[in-house]
Design a protein around this ligand. Sequence first.
Ligand code: GRF
Length: 193
Amino acid sequence: MSARLPGAILISGRGSNMAALLAAARDPAFPVDFRLVLSDRPEAAGLTTARQAGVEARAIEWTGRAAFEAEAMTALEGMSILCLAGFMRVLSPGFVARWPGRLLNIHPSLLPAWRGLEPQRRALEAGEKQAGASVHHVTAGVDEGPVIAQQAVPVLPDDTVESLSTRILAVEHEIYPRAVDRAARALIGESTT
Ligand code: GRF
């Protein structure tokens, strides 16, 4: 395999998707070497998880988008791929444009359905029979970029927002590493077959 792509993960909280990505990257055959975890919230639990996994983790406290992005840009210099994993801020079109095809996000709905906040609650309240998770390229619009992986889960009659979210999260942890693997191999120019 060609050299692994240096990568970073942006989080705001718990970081379970981040942990799934870091676990996948422990395999030397995984095409991304995650070198940095960045959070916009110093209290994000995922920062501790990342450090325990031996990955550098830094908070850049959100005081406004321009200030955050300027500092993040410096911290992210040299990174070839960025994964948003529960990062709860909207990045500017200028920032997004710096990472064409190299900025991914995971969203707990079957996009294009239920973009934005609390998709699990809204899917449940709408009486959907199916929910799911999507990995997509990040573009300037919120949760609007091309979908690169998606998996459905059933909505069960007794579901609460919590039970549905837990079922979706298990799928997120499977599809995100797989999608990053595929996207990174495409960037490197390797076949995924
Ligand atoms: C996940 O459901 C993710 O899809 C959404 O925010 C949640 C983050 O969870 N964007 P975690 O921090 O990865 O545990």
